[in-house]
Ligand binder design. Sequence first.
Ligand code: NAP
Length: 244
Amino acid sequence: MKNEKLIGKLAVITGAGSGIGKETAILLAKKGLNLFLFGGRDASKLEKTAELVKKEGVKCFVLSGDITDTNIIKRGVLEAEKLGGADILINNAGMAFNAPYEQTDYKIFDNIMALNVKAPYFIIQKFLPQLKKSSWATIINICSVVSHAGYTGQSAYTASKHAMLGLTKSLASEVYQDGIRVHAISPGGVYTDMVKISRPDLTDEGMIKPEEIADIIAFLIENRGNAVIDEIIVHRVNKQPFLV
Ligand SMILES: NC(=O)c1ccc[n+]([C@@H]2O[C@H](COP(=O)([O-])OP(=O)(O)OC[C@H]3O[C@@H](n4cnc5c(N)ncnc54)[C@H](OP(=O)(O)O)[C@@H]3O)[C@@H](O)[C@H]2O)c1
């Protein structure tokens, strides 16, 4: 399962305490990557991910805290530098919010944009010097099917995920000449805490498993050939493809 080409390289993942981030951390550890994991507000969740990652015999460093706080980012960048620098950066942390447009106030809008757009925007900027030195530099931004469509009752989340995709496109064109590959993954419903909390009406039936998104992330990282993938849009099984 270990990939000789990836052993010892450092992957940075945000939101690694649960869902897609957690499963990605575990899978990348199985491939032999060392991990630098940013958590969120709940440090115990991140510790659990770290325990599972360390079982794979790789190095794992964790930093909990709110990534909208620039001090957390600064600390993470410095620590990652000491470890030899990031080769891979996965911008995964995010929040959803379901409410009619008219009930979305300034505070909610600002919180969503701060976490889903501003934080990854500047995390990427701060990690770029490290990525530029890597022979395997890869940035993966977790967008959403709502990066392409407007879902009722998700105006702020949809705006943030459109912005994340826009950032991904622009960034990809700017850093490609530095040898940095930039990819977007845009999933439909993945059965994680986010869905369990924001859509309690849904069950896991027909939903994407977070492990399936982790598989796609690993595929993008492992297959660094002449065929360059911009974006992978992933639908859950009971949604009609191309009609998000
Ligand atoms: N689930 C879906 O259907 C779906 C579909 C498309 C795209 N996505 C995207 O996939 C990404 C991962 O979400 P998920 O589904 O895996 O949900 P999740 O399990 O809720 O994961 C989100 C992670 O982000 C962290 N986080 C939240 N606020 C944070 C903050 N201020 N600072 C640092 N970390 C913070 C959370 O940690 P704490 O709870 O400890 O704060 C959590 O571990 C998100 O960007 C989401 O928009 C999800």
